[in-house]
Ligand binder design. Structure first.
Ligand code: SDX
Length: 428
């Protein structure tokens, strides 16, 4: 029996259907709200508003559950690989051995980028933030593949764009780093797996032999899996709304990279390390900074803590925290900020302010500590987040396109001046 919700306004009753998803989440379908009542809803930050129906990722913020296409994040992080998870998110099912080999081979043979892209890269000063370089180079793909601008492209052409994005993003990410270091870029090595190839492009130097540490490559693969999708977060919603205008997938992903950059979103992993470093430089007094985070007159926030949806532990944070211990031990790295992070976490989890607001560590709280142990510089952390989130953005863009969703165009409540006549400047 289908459910419904009633609204009473100015003595008139209105009834709207309620839809229920496969995990028993319910939503009022207000598609006819304005036409029937003249009313719209107002929900800054869309905290209570569903933008779409999606079959890609399910998360339960109260229970700390995260699943990609029904598979638990804990199982995928432990047993799968980033490319297999990318296939799952984008095409909806885990690949057979043959499908995986085809997918992997396709990606390997698209890792190279047009030499003219280097002219764009060389236009950036070495102090350019790698996220700005990355989003620019991804958007530049529209110039090298103009067919991508046709919104009504064939499925084969769309799929080729998807393969190109997954294949070339590591190359662009590594090149953004090399630009910052003033080093010559490295070309992809197709004899290596996805993460090993990225690490070699990042860290190999002309004068030295570079061997990828399997511990580092495995840790990176797990981190990319943990970041691969997260339903309708800020950057994914950006990708969907840009794609809803029938802009190319490259333009949509470039927009997503820019939305992720902000310190309240993917940029938090960089801000966490900067915060921990500042606490360490200031004597390592975790309680002092906890008090700053609680002080409404202090703009300081405990970066890596809190989440719009998770009101329990972010399951990814739990996995990353354990991986941080494992990786640092295997690599023999002793990072003092890890101890400060653990002290801060313990203090916050036992502090009434954080308990009352259900503020727990999120995915960004520990990820920077691992990236640092892998030798990745702080301002590349959000680039790593983008590398991981790419298959999720692609899957969401593809779902929006396949479902024929309309162009996104929210309403507003106008609070400005009422009608008034123009007065010429000499009479004001
Ligand atoms: C990501 O959406 C996703 O899924 C994102 C993500 C993904 O995978 O895509 O999970 C990745 O973006 C993780 C979040 C990374 N950001 C940070 O770590 C930045 C620090 N955290 C916040 O600024 C904040 O918690 C947000 C932005 C993450 C969530 O903010 P909300 O949901 O808008 O909550 P809010 O700002 O309204 O906070 C509610 C209360 C407020 O206090 P009161 O006004 O009720 O007194 O909690 C307080 C806030 O001041 N609060 C914090 C805090 N986060 C919230 N106080 C201190 N430190 C914090 N970190």
């Amino acid at each position: 029996m289908s459910e419904s919700a009633k609204l009473s306004f100015k003595g008139q009753d209105y009834e709207f259907p309620v839809i229920t998803g496969t995990e028993n989440e319910s939503a009022i379908d207000i598609a006819k709200l304005r036409a029937s009542s003249g009313l719209i809803t107002l929900d800054p930050g869309y905290k209570n508003t569903g933008a779409t129906k999606s079959a890609i990722t399910f998360l339960d913020g109260e229970e700390g559950i995260l699943r990609y296409r029904g598979y638990r994040i804990e199982d995928l992080a432990e047993k799968s690989t980033f490319l297999e998870v990318s296939y799952l998110l984008i095409y909806g099912e885990l690949p057979t051995q043959a499908q995986y080999e085809d997918f992997s081979k396709e990606i390997t043979h698209h890792t190279l980028v047009h030499e003219d892209i280097k002219k764009i890269l060389e236009g950036f000063p070495s102090n350019a933030h790698p996220m700005g370089v990355l989003s620019s180079m991804i958007c530049a793909l529209t110039a090298f593949y103009p067919a991508s601008l046709n919104p009504n492209r064939s499925e084969e052409e769309v799929n080729l764009s998807i393969i190109r994005l997954i294949a070339k993003m590591p190359t662009f990410a590594a090149w953004a780093y090399k630009n910052e270091m003033g080093h010559p870029v490295n070309y992809p090595d197709n004899s290596l797996d996805y993460c090993s190839n990225f690490l070699k492009m990042m860290f190999a130097l002309p004068a030295e032999k570079y061997d990828v540490d399997p511990v580092v490559s495995a840790a990176l693969d797990k981190l990319l899996i943990l970041h691969a999708d997260h339903e309708q977060n800020c950057s994914t919603s950006t990708v969907r709304i840009v794609g809803s205008s029938q802009a190319s997938i490259y333009a949509s992903i470039s927009a997503g990279i820019n939305a992720l950059w902000g310190p309240l979103h993917g940029g938090a992993n960089q801000s966490v390390i900067e915060m921990l470093e500042a606490i360490k430089a200031d004597g390592g007094d975790a309680k002092k900074y906890l008090d700053k985070a609680k002080d409404k007159n202090d703009p300081f926030r405990l970066m890596g803590f809190g989440h719009r949806v998770y009101k329990n532990f972010d399951p990814r944070a739990k996995i990353i925290k354990k991986a941080a211990d494992d990786v640092l031990e295997k690599l023999g790295v002793n990072d003092p900020v890890l101890e400060i992070a653990k002290e801060l976490e313990h203090a916050a989890l036992n502090d009434q302010y954080f308990i009352d607001r259900q503020l727990y560590p999120n995915v960004d709280f520990y990820s920077g500590i691992i990236y640092r142990a892998l030798g990745i510089p702080t301002d590349m952390f959000t680039v790593m987040f983008a590398l991981g989130r790419l298959p999720g953005w692609i899957a969401q863009w593809k779902e929006m396109r396949e479902n024929g969703e309309p162009i996104g165009r929210p309403r507003q409540v106008y609070t400005g001046a009422n009608e008034r006549d123009y007065v010429s400047m000499n009479k004001r």
